[in-house]
Each structure stands twice: as C-alpha cells, then as structure tokens.
Design a protein around this ligand. Structure first.
Ligand code: NAG
Length: 512
C-alpha cells in the first residue's frame, strides 16, 4: 500500500517536469557550448525534459534529453580564421561588434531556424514547449521559436551586462559609466573615453537599425508558416524581441561592474563549473610540483598551434627557464619541450585551476576563464586577443587580481617579467582570495538558474518583472517633450512681450 503511494508520489514528482527548448546554435567556439551544456545539465537534474538545439552536440545523454544537431552550420562562423594569433599579430585583427558580425549572426540564426530538423520540430503540431532558453548573440531572430510554441522565453547572455542586451528588457546602459560590449575601457572614464562610449551607443544602434527590415522579411518567411499552421499570427520581430521574461547573465559583480540591473536580469556566472577529478597523469604532475603550477591556455577559439614557430620556441625557452611546473594547452606537441613544461592538447581547465598547487593562470581572458579563475581563486596573467577579452582583463587588473601583457612578438620576454612579478608579490593571491569569497557568498548559480526558469513557467512569463521603461519612448525618458514645451512657452512669451512693448511704443509715439 505504502509502496504504491510512494510510487504514485514519485511519478507525480518525476512527471511534473516542464518541456524546455534550449537553443545555442553557435558551432565554432567551445565556450558557448560549455554555457549551453551547463543550462541543459541543470535543467535535466531538476527533472525537466530538454530539447537542445546545438552547434556542438553534447556528450551528455539522458532519457529526458533530445539533441538537435545543427553543426552543419559551422561554416558560417569559423573562429580559427578570425582568431588566428599570427593574423592578430601582423594585422592587428580584432573582433568587435560591427555590421559584419551582426550579419553573420543573423545568417547563423536563419540557417539554424531553417535547418531541416528544426523545421521538423516547428512544423510538428504535436511538439509543445513551456519555455525557450536562447543564447543571445548579437541578434534576436530566434525569438521566433517562442512565437511558434506560444511560450515564454529567456535570453542567456554570455557577457557582462551591456546596452545591447539590457535594452531588450529595460533600457540601454549609461555610456558615461558602463562600457559598451567589446569596449576596452573600464570606468571611471576619461573625457575621451566617455565620448567614445557615447559614440559606440550610436554606432551599435545604427548597426542594428540597418538590418531591421531585412530581418523582418526573413522572420516572416522562416517562422510564419509554423505559426500559421498552429492557428495564430506571427507578431512583428521588432515587438517580439522585447518580450523576454528574463535575462540570465554569465556575469557576477565580483569580477564585473557594479551597475544597476532590472529585476529581470539574473546574474548566474559560474553555473557551468563542475567538480571533476583530474586525469591521473595531470594529478601526479600537479601533486609533485614543489614550486607550484602555471597553467597557460589561450582558450578554444585561438589555436595556439597557428603561432609562428619562432614565437612558439621563444615561449618554450622562456617557460623552461622558470622554477614552476608549466601546463600549456597547445593543440600539437612542438620540438624542444623543456622538462618542466607539459603540453596537453585538451586541458580539463576547471580541475587544473581547482588544484591547490596552481599559482597562476596565463589566459586570453575570455569571460569563462576569468570567472573560473575567480571561482578557484587563481591570479590571472591576461593576454587578451579579441572581443570582450580586453575589458575582462582590464577589469581584473583594476580589481587587483591580474596583470596584462599585450599580444606581440615580444611576448616571451614580457610574459617572463610579468610572471616573476606576480609570483613574487603576494598581493594578487590575497586579493583573488578575497574576491573569490565574495563571488561564492551567494546561492548556488545553478539553482538560481533552475529557480528562475521554473518561476517564468509557473508565472506564465513573469509579466510582473517587465520594466515600464520598455513602454516609454527615448525622447520622453530624456524629457525632450518637456524641453520642447518650455522652449515653445519661452519663445511665445518673448514674442508676446515684444509685441506688447512695440504696441506701447507705438501708443507712446502717438500720444506725444
Ligand atoms: C536563410 O536560409 C535559407 C535556407 O537555409 C537560405 O536559402 C537563405 O539564403 C538564407 N538567407 C540569409 C539571408 O541568410
């Protein structure tokens, strides 16, 4: 009897899960799929059914997980072409938000939505979802999925909060103290920086504006039929994109900017981090490193193997002259590897940083890497290369947990100076411990993620979080209408007074 009761309860519990569609279409760039997989993992663990549209299919397998592989679109964005170290060194090529990137992301989203398996999902009337979670990547095209399934949606933003995303749920950030996405500046700004940040607002809005009409046509073509088939009418993209219930942000104030955020922005940096044991060989290497371990990785987008041979040899010779053990993530093993240097083609980064002997992390400064460094309290030596990395590293430097070295052919010499300074000076370790404490002193980001996703479903899209700022046009926010009114009043009073005065003068003239 009791057993059946328990079984019934268990069934009720297990089947109370929601059906959630998680969309991370980027195929190039491991870091975005790490974030996507983190979302999927937490939602599965909370008992939900997850359909995962992904550019890099996950190795996770669970009865409640269904993956839709859109890796066929990987040709659209090839990070290794954009993030080639030698190209950056010789041409100063940097990736920043501009028309090219905006176009590319629209293209990626279009090809994702028109992928045959995604179309099959959209055109199957039996498919239903309670929630869509979409990675926001410089384009909002995929909100069409929320229109198709007539359910609320959440953006996942991989970056620090910035105007482009916050304007979707509230309003643009104040350029006088919040840096634009991909800006290198860290507040407080100088006069010149403030002007350049203001300029960025206009250029970024202009870039978005240029695509609006083309996006709308494509939106109707791609999502119109599936919505019509379900007996509804497709809203305008320009309306839909402002209807997110929430933004889950891969940010935390301990490494980020303390700026004002609407209640519909929930920072959950670090939710992707997992406790995993080190592989045996690395465990042994790290346990035996009497002088500590320096971990060197330029991330997954930059392929260090595309560095010139001379730069690589210069780095190896420099690393060989250190007292510390070095683990260098490099996709191939070069010649002349010194005894204290261990080359790994794949690095379990989180587990390496988690080891107590890890004393320094040489990184490109991607947000996942800087977050992980903070999570495990390891000081950062940043060598930023593109996108938000400059800002992440500059911020970490300002907070006292990092040094920065610029990517140049003089890298080996400059790195050595910085490494010696950072190892010799305890202030970096002390500061990173302090900030790491602040970062950990909160509810676990994974359970925040689950709680807020469920909250959105339970409250049918959380309309109570919706900011009134979305309803107020920009000129009203700046009180330009009042200014216009005052201007008209002053102008007409001047006019009236002048008329009266001139009449008086005329009367006076007559009386004389
Ligand atoms: C959108 O996708 C369709 C089909 O995959 C393709 O034929 C079309 O050229 C794409 N348009 C753009 C602007 O990317």
């Amino acid at each position: 009897m009791r057993l059946t009761a328990i079984l019934i309860l268990l069934m009720a519990w297990c089947c109370a899960g929601y059906r959630i569609l998680v969309v991370f279409p980027l195929a190039g760039g491991r870091s975005h799929s790490i974030l996507g997989e983190g979302v999927v993992r937490h939602l599965l663990a909370a008992g939900h059914d997850v359909t995962y549209i992904t550019g890099i299919p996950s190795k996770l397998s669970a009865p409640r997980l269904r993956q839709i592989d859109v890796s066929a679109n990987s040709w659209i964005f090839k990070p290794e072409d954009l993030c080639d170290i030698d190209k950056i060194l010789t041409h100063g090529r940097e990736i920043f938000f501009d028309y090219t990137i905006a176009r590319q992301q629209l293209k990626l989203n279009n090809y994702t939505a028109t992928h045959k398996d995604v179309q099959k999902l959209m055109l199957d009337p039996k498919e239903e979802f309670d929630l869509v979670v979409i990675e926001w990547l410089f384009n909002e095209f995929l909100v069409g999925l929320s229109s198709v399934f007539n359910c609320p949606f959440i953006w996942l933003s991989s970056l620090e909060p910035h105007g482009l995303v916050l304007s979707l749920i509230d309003e643009w950030t104040d350029p006088s103290y919040v840096p634009a996405v991909h800006s290198k500046a860290v507040p407080p700004f100088t006069f010149a920086q403030r002007i350049s940040e203001l300029w960025a607002v206009f250029t970024q809005k202009y870039v978005r504006w240029q695509l609006i009409s083309e996006e709308q046509v494509l939106f109707d073509r791609v999502f119109g039929p599936a919505v019509a088939m379900r007996g509804r009418q497709l809203p305008l993209l320009e309306d839909m994109k402002y209807h997110a219930s929430l933004i889950l942000g891969n940010s935390h104030v301990a490494v980020g900017h303390p700026t004002k955020l609407p209640p519909s922005y929930v920072p959950i940096a670090g939710y992707h981090i997992q406790d995993k044991p080190l592989p045996e060989d690395l465990q042994k290497i790290m346990d035996n490193a009497k002088n500590g371990v320096i971990y060197f990785s330029m991330g997954s987008m930059i392929q260090s193997k595309r560095m010139s041979e001379s730069l690589k040899q210069g780095l190896l010779a420099m690393l060989g002259s250190l007292r510390q053990t070095v683990i260098w993530k490099l996709e191939e093993t070069p010649e002349n590897v010194p005894k204290n240097v261990h080359i790994v083609s794949f690095a379990p980064q989180q587990s390496i940083l988690a080891h107590q002997n890890c004393v320094l992390f040489i990184t490109h400064g991607g947000l996942l890497s800087t977050n992980e460094a903070l999570h495990f309290a390891v000081p950062i030596l940043g060598v930023p290369a593109f996108a938000d990395q400059f800002q992440n590293v500059n911020r970490a430097v300002q907070k006292g947990i990092a040094s920065q070295v610029s990517l140049s052919y003089d890298l080996p010499r400059e790195l050595k100076v910085a490494i010696e300074e950072m190892i010799g000076n305890p202030k970096y370790r002390e500061k990173v411990k302090e900030l790491s404490f602040i970062y950990h002193d909160r509810r676990a980001p994974g359970s925040e993620l689950v709680h807020w996703a469920e909250h959105v479903v339970r409250t049918r899209g959380a309309p109570h979080l919706r900011s009134a700022a979305l309803l107020v046009p920009w000129y009203q926010k700046m009180y330009l209408d009042l200014l216009a009114l005052v201007f008209v009043l002053v102008l007409s009073s001047v006019f009236v007074i002048r008329r009266l005065l001139s009449k008086n003068i005329d009367v006076n003239k007559k009386n004389r």
